[in-house]
Design a protein around this ligand. Structure first.
Ligand SMILES: [Zn+2]
Length: 91
């Protein structure tokens, strides 16, 4: 079970970020998460996501961000860690 895995203190950044959307949707107490106590990168990421989520709640007339919103966030996380595309930044 994914949420149970999130309680593992020895999880890696990739594992933590993998379960992060589930933790958000479950309204877990992320500030007390063991991984965040030892990982400033993920602590900063959670602060960003909390900001995005709060903005999304202001913008959307629903209580929870849609799965599409999390898809976009997860894609952004993965693109952040992946090699930058050479010429894919055009809009
Ligand atoms: Zn981490």
């Amino acid at each position: 079970m994914i949420v149970m895995r999130a309680m593992d203190k020895t999880m890696t950044c990739a594992e933590f970020q993998d379960v992060l959307p589930e933790l958000f949707e479950a309204h877990s107490d992320l500030s007390g998460h063991e991984h965040l106590k030892s990982c400033e990168n993920c602590a900063a990421l959670v602060r960003d996501l909390e900001y995005i989520a709060s903005q999304a709640r202001l913008l959307l007339p629903i209580h929870d961000p849609s799965p599409a919103v999390w898809d976009n966030i997860q894609q952004a996380i993965r693109q952040d860690k992946a090699e930058p595309p050479a010429t894919a930044t055009q809009k």
